[in-house]
Design a protein around this ligand. Structure first.
Ligand code: FAD
Length: 465
């Protein structure tokens, strides 16, 4: 028996004996579940899947892949799989069984193994009155999200998740496990904070937590027929709020599925979602102008910090989906009109959601000692996506998302957001130009042979500039 990459059965057995985790090759009963990405529209067919249980497993797997001349695609959940280049012939190195998380309440830090999901951090941190810079979804991976930047509900107050990373442990392509922080391996430390996972396989991240026990947060639901009025009002309102408010203006079509709550099932809405780092008194005053529009449903309340991850109503199960996003230097009234034309009440669209997130605040200020995305020079970020159970639908949904992106082209910032770019694109398309050039040099030092496959590839400086 041999794998498609001509790795012999005996060689695979040697790897199986060497690690505590599991190894699968095509034909093994466990191969399909092990290779399956969270995004079910992606069909990854690697030569070998390694499900690592420890950093030592990761190091052994990396050395094995190098000896076999295989490339390596590190992956936690597969939420970020859509833009990945094909992994045929490569090793898919899954960290999904490495979910240990330690909270240090006194130091206000968390250490998360590479496979941890955000809920693995936010729930125990919340028990100490602390919050992490998690994203909108509880089951997105801490590592992929953070390597790509990380824009969550506290972003306008505390910045990108990547810039709150205090240390990382990773296996670099020569097979060594290194710990990087502000004083050790500064290039690698800089690269993993927002530059994606192109320089090694991360085994753990350490990050700052923030003293946030509760917030005033919720969603205002309006019938989709009011999309123009609501999104214009929201856009104007974003110019008035302090950094303690992070919000999203959104058009959403809920599927007619039993698991969707009855008042939303099969219906379409214009929404404003917001989180305010403060109490109900000030929060209600801040939300007041939008509330006065008279929403059909209003869920604003004081909630514990971990409950923030329910606010955006992200899918709780793996599903097939397509989407695309863009940083917007600005979103004037004409940009809102463009979104409403393509996703509003009169649009014939397959997009389940088109959202515009308000940026600025701490995101716009250079983070002291920050990484590859030190600040974001865009006032908003857009993401449009939909469900795509068949290849035909996938193409159609991609087309609709691209149409929204194209309609907003006049306001695009210089590059797109790493984590929201779901079509294949080099890292040069999703990072500041100076960061991409520095990343190319770091890649040339640590991975000149392009062994690591990352979401958005970095071409080593000497290969292509
Ligand atoms: C439902 C949903 C909600 C989202 N919400 C937000 C949000 O609020 N804010 C935001 O910023 N983004 C958000 N995203 C985007 C998300 O951050 C990216 O898709 C991210 O890549 C997911 O990380 P992951 O680890 O779960 O995915 P994976 O697919 O497992 O990883 C993505 C990539 O990260 C790299 N990587 C992962 N693990 C490692 C490792 N151990 N070592 C080296 N590289 C590694 C690899 O390049 C990998 O291809 C969301 C995505 C979805 C699907």
């Amino acid at each position: 028996m041999s794998t498609s990459n001509a790795v012999t059965y005996g060689t695979i057995q040697t790897l199986r004996m060497a690690i505590a985790g599991e190894v699968f090759v095509p034909g093994d009963p466990g191969y399909d579940p092990a290779r399956r990405a969270w995004n079910l529209a992606v069909d990854e067919r690697p030569a070998v899947v390694v499900v690592a249980r420890s950093a030592a497993d990761v190091a052994r797997a990396v050395r094995f892949a190098r000896a076999q001349g295989m490339r390596i695609a590190p992956q936690g959940t597969g939420h970020g799989a859509p833009p990945l280049e094909p992994v045929d012939g490569a090793m898919l190195l899954r960290t999904s069984r490495m979910r240990d998380v330690r909270i240090d309440p006194a130091a206000r830090t968390a250490r998360a193994e590479a496979g941890a999901l955000w809920q693995d951090v936010t729930i125990p941190a919340g028990e100490h009155g602390l919050a992490a810079l998690a994203g909108s979804s509880p089951d997105v991976g801490v590592t992929g999200y953070t390597l790509g930047g990380g824009i969550g509900w506290l972003a306008r107050r505390y910045g990108l998740a990547a810039n709150s990373v205090t240390a990382a442990e990773l296996v670099i392509p020569d097979g060594r496990l290194v710990r990087v922080d502000a004083g050790r391996e500064p290039d690698l430390f800089w690269a993993v904070r927002g530059g994606g996972g192109s320089v090694g396989v991360v085994t753990a991240l350490e990050m700052r937590l923030y003293p946030v026990r509760e917030l005033y947060a919720g969603v205002l639901f309006f019938p989709i027929q009011r999309a123009a009025e609501v999104l214009h009002a929201w856009r104007e309102w974003t110019g008035t709020v302090p950094d303690e408010v992070t919000s999203i203006g959104r058009i959403m079509r809920f599927p007619p599925l039993p698991e969707v709550p009855e008042p939303l099932r099969g219906r379409a809405f214009a929404l404003v979602e917001a989180a305010y780092l403060g109490g109900e008194g000030n929060g209600a005053e801040l939300i007041g102008p939008l509330r006065q529009l008279g929403p059909e449903l209003d869920t604003f309340a004081t909630i514990p910090a971990p409950a923030l991850q329910q606010l955006h109503m992200d899918p709780s199960q793996p599903l097939p989906g397509q989407g695309d996003g863009a940083f917007l230097a600005d979103a004037p009234a004409a940009a809102i009109d463009a979104v409403v034309a393509l996703a509003g009440p009169d649009a014939d669209t397959l997009l389940a959601s088109v959202e515009i997130r308000h940026l600025g605040g701490a995101l716009a200020r250079p983070a002291p000692g920050g990484g590859a995305q030190p600040s974001i020079d865009a006032k908003y970020v857009m993401f449009a996506g939909g469900f795509s159970p068949t290849p035909d639908l996938a193409e159609a949904v991609r087309g609709h998302a691209q149409a929204v992106k194209d309609a907003l082209a006049a306001w695009h910032a210089g590059y797109d957001y790493y984590n929201f770019e779901e079509t294949p694109a080099a890292a040069s398309a999703v990072l500041p130009p100076a960061s991409y050039r520095r990343l190319q040099k770091i890649k040339a030092s640590y991975d000149p042979g392009q062994v690591i496959i990352s979401t958005h590839p970095v071409w080593p400086a000497q290969v292509r500039t």
